[in-house]
Design a protein around this ligand. Structure first.
Ligand code: SF4
Length: 890
């Protein structure tokens, strides 16, 4: 039977079909889901690889010891009850996640804000889109995303700000590329880095970090100066335009001033401004590059201002469009999962708290906002919060000043973690672990970036003792005495209550209204098709229609311009920390690797944490491509593989945020980032940290491949990656650990037959552990970086007894050369590497992505690599010497 559900990764919210059969689970794009129409990116396409129970948390634990679920629930309920009695409600906190379903979120929010009496529930969505929420509320009077994906399809101009859409929202990016190809839509990218998204750009503006407000203030001033504003719309549907225009003119008095401030050519600024002014159907998409900033809210409003000035909002093909990072960040916003929202898009006004109190029949409704994520962990650190429950998230990796977060949890009286993964950096700090059901085992709803609610449906039974999050929270609530209010039979009950609350005493005053869904039967809920809110029970109260008519949720019904002035990021380069570090995501991984790290397919492209360095900085620092780099900051340290590239600006670095302590010994980028936040949204400035960088020169390098996952301690650098049939480890060390012979046996096992060769003078060791002639592990040590030939190793691990030639290959070192491999992976679906592609483009004279697909299948499945294939074609060598240069550059 085929089950329709949704992808658990990004905010595009792609629909999936899942079929279970004799050969396992088959997951494909849902051809009728309006978010993706059957398309998937590399992450969605590899979901079936992540269903393994390896590493799952299957049983409750207390103090590291297995426990019955009942005992663990009793312990949590007693701990929270005691803390509440002794220290009051403000000593309690929940830290939740955009990975939760709306029903989970709703129950957690209701317990904390309605029954425990505190608003100290915040979500990891604080890290990705709190600035967008704050900007929407300032401008529209409500957290309303005024766009749909249809608008992207219909736009003639797509401006992408601080968004590597090609990698972070790949299926939506494919719609942008299609709009460009089919309708000639123009694409402009504003990003300090040259990213894969730029491959589709007609214009790329690599602005100085944090100068977005100046760029958009300049655009606002330009629109006024050139008569491109929509005076009728501004007069009829907005307020405060004069103040915003005055601020814009003062901040960005001329194109030359903007160009100087943003560090880009004046011609590029002029081209952006002229394009925007001349294109009525213009959508501005923005994401973390805008939101993760100490001036994130102002950036959002600077973008909204230019759409209000031109009336490009609420019309087809036009609007400011915030892309949410997580699958249900939007659902969290709807229920009130942010500490500064009460519930159902209501704030902490006396009227709203009274309304929610009556609706929930709740004894202790919180009357003021709670602590936002950074404040919340600071309060744990200072001891004012004494009991915290962390659900489905990994703040010890994802938060800024991540080492401080770990220290805070270690000193907290009671840390409860409910998760589906046994070992994360955060579960290591837990007093009580509660096994949560994982994505394929849970039922409920999620809301994507375009306000579309989709059903997530279980297709696997929860393994072991694991249970859905709503069930876990409800059982704790009942144990704390709130029996009736949490007596849900299932997610349908919760959804109906959530929908009823959204419509309760609404009367068109709140944009978030699910009234039409409040009476769904269980069957109707089960079969619910994707639906965009608002879906009011009364057709007269349709907020979408109101938006189209230019009516907003402010008291006057008018949208507000916000006067904003640019200001630089808080991080300042100093002599000790002279470089500015930008952080972000890679194409094939998601958040802190707990799921995508289980997929060999998704782990073959970026096998180590890396840092991108501009060639000028690399030359000055004496660092070359492939070296290990040591990054230091006031708050911590990180090791990463150096990539020298002109894709980053001189003086700036880029490093991904994914690696955690389970995959990389020194790879948590969050340790480098000061916990500076936007004063309005509370969102941390994760995109700009002052750091130092130097070459890390270990005395040995190594590569280890093992059939089993291993514990490798006491080395300076250890990065694990799932490979095809084995685990691959890249290693380096400051000191040789005794003899390699002993070291290898201690890690890989003494109960194997070993073949090995050592050359102490050259610092070289090669060994293989065999059992019944089959390869168990392989260790390659040298004085220079060693990268295993992963394809060849996969063959060896797949086969039976390894032949003499392979034994010789291990001992001679031929398996330790990346030259034997296919190069960096470009197409993850079919494991096609750069070297293979370059060779085929050259030898077969391929001229289009279609021809590449026909020859190698690359790009024919999820399409996530199409922009990189186009870039390869554009730079393809046309001569054998060019081919050699290209191969040498990989
Ligand atoms: Fe999942 Fe990719 Fe779709 Fe995002 S774009 S929802 S990660 S398949």
């Amino acid at each position: 039977m085929e089950i329709r559900t949704t992808c658990p990764y990004c905010g595009v919210g792609c629909g999936l079909t899942v079929a279970r059969g004799g050969t396992g689970v088959r997951i494909e794009g849902d051809p009728v889901h309006p978010a993706n129409f059957g398309r998937l990116c590399s992450k969605g396409a590899a979901l079936a690889e992540t269903l393994d129970l390896d590493g799952r948390l299957l049983q409750a634990e207390i103090g590291g010891r297995p426990s019955s679920f009942e005992t663990a629930l009793d312990t949590v309920a007693r701990g929270f009850t005691r803390t509440l009695a002794e220290h009051g409600p403000e000593a309690l906190a929940f830290y939740v996640s955009g990975q939760l379903l709306t029903e989970d979120y709703y129950v957690a929010n209701k317990l904390m804000k309605g029954f425990l009496g505190s608003a100290n529930i915040d979500t990891n969505s604080r890290l990705c889109m709190a600035s967008a929420v704050a900007g929407h509320k300032r401008a529209f009077g409500a957290d309303l995303v005024p766009c749909s994906y249809d608008d992207v399809d219909a736009a003639d101009l797509v401006v992408l700000v601080g968004s590597n859409t090609a990698w972070c929202h790949p299926v939506l990016f494919q719609r942008i590329v299609a709009a460009k190809a089919e309708r000639g839509a123009r694409v402009i990218v504003i990003d300090p880095r040259r990213t894969a998204t730029c491959d589709a750009a007609d214009l790329h503006l690599p602005i100085r970090p944090g100068t977005d407000v100046m760029l958009f203030n300049g655009l606002l001033a330009y629109l006024q100066a050139t008569g491109a504003m929509d005076a009728r719309f501004v007069a009829a549907h907005t307020e405060n335009a004069a103040a915003a225009l005055a601020a814009a003119r003062a901040d960005a008095p001329s194109i030359d001033a903007v160009a100087a401030g943003c560090g880009i050519p004046a011609g590029a600024v002029a081209e952006l401004y002229a394009s925007f002014a001349a294109t009525p159907r213009a959508v501005t998409l923005f994401s973390q590059g805008v939101n993760q900033s100490s001036s994130g809210t102002d950036k959002v409003n600077a973008i909204i201002n230019v759409h209000l000035a031109t009336g490009r909002i609420g019309r087809p093909g036009a609007g400011p469009f915030s892309l949410t990072g997580q699958p249900n960040a939007m659902g969290g916003r709807e229920v009130g999962g942010l500490a500064n929202q009460l519930a159902a898009h209501m704030d902490f006004t006396p009227e709203a708290t009274d309304r929610v109190r009556r609706f929930w029949n709740a004894p202790h409704v919180a009357t003021r906002p709670g602590l936002k994520a950074v404040e919340l962990f600071d309060a744990i650190d200072s001891g004012s919060i004494r009991a915290v429950w962390i659900m489905s998230t990994n703040p010890v990796v994802s938060m800024p000043d991540a080492d401080k977060v770990r220290r805070a949890l270690e000193r907290c009286d009671l840390v409860v973690v409910s998760d589906c993964v046994r070992r994360t950096d955060t579960t290591e700090c837990a007093d009580v672990l509660l096994p949560a059901a994982a994505w394929g085992e849970k039922s409920g709803t999620v809301t994507n970036s375009e306000r579309r609610i989709s059903r997530q449906r279980a297709f696997l039974p929860p393994p072991g003792a694991s249970r859905p999050d709503w069930w876990i929270v409800s059982r704790v609530a009942q144990r704390m005495g709130f029996t009736d209010a949490f007596a849900y039979r299932g997610p349908a009950d919760i959804f109906r209550e959530h929908a009823r609350l959204s419509a309760f005493e609404n009367g068109g005053t709140r944009d978030f209204d699910l009234g039409a869904l409040a009476t769904l039967s269980d069957l109707e809920y089960e079969t619910l098709d994707p639906v965009q809110w608002p879906v009011s029970a009364s057709p007269d109260l349709n907020a979408a229609a109101a938006l189209a008519a230019g009516t907003f949720c402010t008291p006057s019904g008018k949208a507000r311009f916000v006067a904003v002035t640019s200001r630089p990021p808080a991080a300042v380069a100093t002599a000790q920390y002279p470089l500015l570090l930008n952080t972000g995501r890679v194409r094939d991984h998601w958040h802190t690797l707990t799921r995508t790290g289980l997929s060999a397919k998704l782990s073959q492209r970026d096998t180590e944490p890396f840092v991108q360095v501009h060639p000028d900085d690399a030359a000055r620092l004496g660092i070359t491509d492939g070296d290990l780099g040591e990054l230091t900051a006031r708050t911590g340290r990180m090791l990463a593989r150096v990539q020298v590239t002109g894709d980053v600006r001189a003086g700036e670095l880029f490093a991904p945020m994914h690696w955690n302590a389970q995959f990389a010994s020194e790879g948590r980028v969050g340790t480098l980032i000061d916990a500076v936040t936007d004063s309005i949204s509370g969102q941390p400035e994760l995109k700009c940290a002052a750091v130092g960088l130097k070459r890390f020169a270990p005395c040995w390098h190594g590569f280890l491949a093992s059939r089993q996952r291993l514990e490798i301690a006491d080395v300076s650098y250890c990065v694990a990656a799932k490979a095809d049939g084995y685990w691959a480890y890249v290693l380096a060390g400051d000191a040789v650990p005794g003899t390699w012979r002993q070291w290898s046996r201690a890690i890989c096992g003494t109960d194997c037959d070993w073949i090995e060769v050592a050359d102490a003078a050259a610092g070289r060791y090669r060994g293989a552990a065999l059992r019944d002639g089959r390869l168990v592990a392989c260790v390659l040590i040298g004085s220079r970086p060693v990268m295993g030939a992963r394809d060849a190793l996969a063959e060896l691990f797949r086969g039976g007894a390894i032949p003499a030639s392979a034994r010789l290959g291990i001992l001679s070192g031929s398996l330790g050369s990346v030259d034997a491999d296919r190069g960096a992976i470009i197409c993850s679906c079919f494991s096609v590497g750069r070297a293979t592609l370059v060779e085929a483009i050259q030898s077969q004279r391929l001229t289009s992505t279609r021809e590449i697909g026909a020859a190698l299948r690359a790009g024919t499945s999820c399409g996530s690599c199409l922009s990189e294939l186009s870039a390869l074609l554009a730079e393809a060598p046309t001569s054998p010497s060019g081919l050699r240069r290209s191969l040498a550059a990989r």
